[in-house]
Design a protein around this ligand. Structure first.
Ligand SMILES: *Cc1c(COP(=O)(O)O)cnc(C)c1O
Length: 852
């Protein structure tokens, strides 16, 4: 268990070393190897013991050591050089500054968690680490993000494993004074306070911590201050700690308080306020209603403000698991909105944004996210597809492919997740430490050298696993002596498979245990043994997950196999940074398609690790037959147990017949030539693709810039276009029941048409009070395979006939021609949808009229 850290920091540094303080104050050190080396040099033992934390290091190291360093001219020189390098990094133009598009001056990025460094434990897993990687790449690319989150007094929990294998949780309290954070203050020194009106006349107060993440500013709201009642001080006590009302309070604070904090920060610093807002998962969704409230304060109606806010909002959904979405009771949300929380906003309008109908209607944060954002996305191509299907109910009458949710596949921050050894090798042999840009196929780097470095990374993992296992054992058996077998745990020469992740059921932590005898024989194989390193936390409320961990831990404790399989407690960033590079193969076996993306396998790939995974998430689009192995999904299996059996057997077969033979097939020099071919191929092809730089560039070019342009178009003047669009939508919505496809005539083809024929369509459309300019009349056509469904669907707009149907006729005529381009069954239908230049697409309003 981690000791409670409490110390008064900002050790007084000798003047000559003041630059060291400047370097410690910006989290850029967490991904900048030369800066890390400077800190390590201060006191290597303390640096490692305190988990690479410059502020803790400087608080603990003795003044004599600092004085000695201050006398070391070469060291002082190196520190000053890195300080200058940091200043240049923070100010010089980067990729974004040279980009040509309608660039937002700032982007607000909201997330419930941020995983930036082990030294700032404000994350639980993938979502938070992705957010941290997003900020780091944004900083490297010069993207002007200001990020907003909450400061949790205990972060997530620390995990220990009892002797019987059961997960134990503890919540070490963090002292923000010991973290790289500073309170946001006014020039007179007083701390900025954010307030939120709560039911029963109460007020929630929060202070704002700032962290510097390279060029990016991160603001964290914290309710643990004396102005709050004891109860309200606990609002930000733990990440995902509470349910129901506690969680709602956290999310109101994050969204509403977060926007207020960004505005206060912008006013105080003179830095531009965000024009585009990005909400990482639905938890921060209330940011949109706060912005609506502000616009209502400037004289807009709710509907007008909604248009403006939607235009500049980007929503990323991260889960295809319905249970992963926050839902609140409608009456609880209503009680919080029926206050002065959002002046001028009618609670009913907000409730409608999140309303999920059903036997027990709920307030659904993902629904609100989708309705408040003009642009939404999933986090891999497959997840985009799954999300469009999952949320298609919000756009009834439209095909799934028209649901306005796109996808941007996640990436990981290469400098954070690539082992310094590999970066060093790239620098020495290939001319750059940027492992995503060098030529890994170049003959300047030999297989033997790369294999040697891979071996060093494996050996480093083995040493770390022994150390962690011994210290975990001592934690559970205080005063005892760690058993001798731990000294021989794992073997630095054996094929090492890693598996680490949170433990929701769909990730199937224990699939590998399906046939224990088979697993034993793989682990203990005479010529081609494998070893497994496993880690992961179960949510504290999830006893099923804890049971899975227990099952695994108990298996790993069997004397026969315990040297070849180990469960490492307390999976976190620090462990991950040694774990991924030290494995040869990264295993992932979720139930397809429930893994939205998965990023641990990406981090492994950046280190030359081959993936062995179900074709889910990112692997579904990047597996190419050479960079690893695909575990076939038994989608057709009749039940879950059968599916597990089939997929587990496929996994064992792959390890036994493909993975292990390739790894152990050695040349005379001991190098596995065929294996290294795959390693190099992985490094060369996947590194650039999986990098968070690629992801952030996509967000900027595909989502942020268009959002800024849409926002600018709608807000010009006194939001003239937003007012007009809201009025137009209201008119179209009111008139829509009078819109109908009355009658469609076709001509030009005989009963049996031939390829090359043309289908001439004349559609008589009832428009009621609308004009032809308000709508698009489309023919939707495609391959018909019987039944009502069409496949390979295409759409073509029909044109209003300027002459026919005027003079008070009940319908207007629209005509067009469809080429019959391919043989086979053909089907079509005609539909009417609203059309306006400022709509994002046909489905935006969810209105459609089709031929009966
Ligand atoms: C990357 C990472 C995760 C997320 O991994 P997934 O593959 O998305 O499950 C979780 N925890 C830590 C510590 C990580 O580094």
């Amino acid at each position: 268990m981690k000791a409670i850290r409490k110390f008064t920091v900002r050790a007084v540094l000798p003047d000559a070393l003041s630059a060291l303080g400047e370097l410690a104050a910006n989290l850029r050190w967490s991904w900048h190897e030369p800066t890390r080396e400077l800190f390590a040099h201060v006191a290597p033992e303390i640096w490692n013991r305190l988990g690479h934390d410059p502020i803790a290091l400087l608080g603990e190291v003795g003044p004599e050591r600092l004085e000695a360093l201050a006398q070391d001219a070469a060291y002082v020189d190196a520190v000053n050089r890195q300080r200058d390098e940091l200043r240049a990094y923070l100010s010089e133009p980067r990729w974004y500054q040279g980009l040509e598009c309608e660039k937002p001056p700032a982007i607000g990025y909201f997330s419930p968690e941020f995983g930036i460094a082990a030294a700032l434990p404000q994350y639980s897993g993938g979502l938070g680490i992705l957010a941290g990687d997003h900020l780091k790449s944004a900083s490297d690319l010069g993207v002007p993000i200001v990020a907003v989150g909450l400061f949790y007094r205990s972060g997530y929990f620390s995990q220990a494993i009892a002797n019987d294998g059961w997960q134990l949780e503890s919540y070490p309290v963090l002292d923000p004074d010991g973290l790289p954070l500073a309170v946001l203050r006014r020039p007179d020194g007083s701390a900025v306070q954010i307030t939120l009106a709560l039911p029963e006349g109460r007020t929630l107060h929060a202070r704002v911590w700032q962290a510097a993440v390279g060029r990016v500013r991160l603001l964290l709201l914290d309710t643990d201050i004396p102005d709050n009642s004891d109860e309200l001080r606990h609002v930000t006590d733990r990440l995902y700690g509470g349910a129901g009302e506690h969680r709602l309070q956290q999310e109101l604070l994050l969204g509403i308080g977060g926007v207020r904090a960004v505005n206060a920060w912008s006013e105080l610093t003179g830095r531009p306020a965000p024009e585009v807002f990005h909400t990482n998962e639905g938890h921060a969704g209330f940011l949109g209603v706060e912005r609506i409230a502000a616009l209502i304060g400037e004289g807009l109606t709710f509907a007008q403000a909604l248009e403006l806010v939607r235009a500049g909002t980007v929503f990323t959904t991260h889960t295809p698991v319905p249970a992963g979405i926050d839902r609140f009771e409608l009456d609880v949300v209503e009680r919080y909105l029926d206050t002065d929380l959002l002046p001028g906003v009618d609670a009913a309008d907000v409730l409608a944004l999140g309303r999920e109908d059903g036997a027990h209607p709920k307030f659904n944060m993902a629904y609100m996210g989708l309705r408040l954002a003009r642009t939404s996305n999933g986090v891999s191509r497959l997840h985009g597809e799954v999300s469009r299907a999952m949320f298609s109910g919000l756009w009834p009458g439209f095909d799934t492919d028209e649901v306005p949710i796109t996808s941007i596949t996640n990436g990981v921050h290469a400098p954070t997740w690539t082992d310094p050894r590999l970066q060093g090798l790239a620098w020495e042999r290939l001319g750059s430490a940027d492992t995503t840009a060098v030529d890994w196929l170049s003959p300047a780097l030999s297989d033997a050298e790369l294999w040697r470095v891979r071996g060093e990374m494996r050996a480093q993992l083995v040493a770390d696993a022994r150390e962690r296992t011994a210290s975990a054992w001592l934690g559970q058996n205080p005063g005892g002596r760690a058993p001798a077998w731990i000294d021989e745990l794992l073997d630095p020469a054996v094929l090492t498979i890693g598996f680490a992740r949170r433990v929701p059921t769909y990730k199937r932590l224990t699939l590998m245990l399906h046939d224990r005898d088979r697993l034993r024989s793989l682990l203990l194989h005479q010529e081609r043994p494998v070893q497994l390193v496993i880690a992961g936390k179960s949510h504290p409320a999830d006893d099923e997950g804890k049971r899975l961990i227990q099952e695994l831990v108990q298996f790993a404790a069997e004397p026969e196999v315990r040297g070849r399989i180990v469960f490492l407690p307390d999976y976190d960033i620090a462990m991950a940074q040694t774990l991924y590079p030290g494995t040869d193969v990264w295993l992932n076996n979720p139930l397809r398609p429930l893994e939205a993306c998965g990023t641990s396998g990406m981090k492994a790939a950046l280190n030359g690790v081959l993936n062995l995974s179900i074709l889910d998430g990112w692997w579904n689009e990047y597996f190419d037959g050479e960079n690893g192995w695909a575990i076939p999904s038994a989608d057709a299996a009749t039940d879950g147990a059968e599916r597990d059996r089939l997929e587990a057997e496929a996994l064992y077969d792959l390890i036994e017949h493909q993975v292990a033979p390739r790894f152990y097939q050695r040349g005379d020099d001991g190098v596995p030539e065929r294996w290294m071919q795959s390693v190099r191929h992985t490094l060369a092809t996947l590194s650039p693709e999986l990098s968070a730089d690629r992801m952030v560039r996509e967000y900027v070019e595909r989502l942020y810039c268009p959002a800024a342009a849409a926002e600018a178009a709608l807000s010009a003047g006194h939001a003239e276009a937003a007012r007009a669009l809201a009025a137009w939508k209201a008119r179209v919505r009111a008139a829509w029941p009078t819109v109908s496809v009355e009658h469609v005539e076709s001509g030009g083809v005989a009963e049996v048409a031939q390829v090359g024929d043309e289908l001439h369509l004349r559609a008589h459309i009832g428009l009621g009070e609308l004009s032809p300019d308000d709508v698009a009349v489309e023919v939707v056509y495609g391959r018909s395979t019987g039944g009502d469904e069409l496949s390979d669907v295409e759409r073509l707009e029909l044109q209003a006939d300027p002459t026919a149907g005027l003079d008070g006729a009940a319908t207007r005529l629209f005509t067009g021609t469809v080429p019959l381009g391919r043989a086979g069954g053909f089907g079509y239908t005609v539909r009417v949808v609203p059309a306006h230049p400022l709509l994002s697409g046909a489905a935006e309003m969810g209105l459609v009229a089709v031929a009966e």
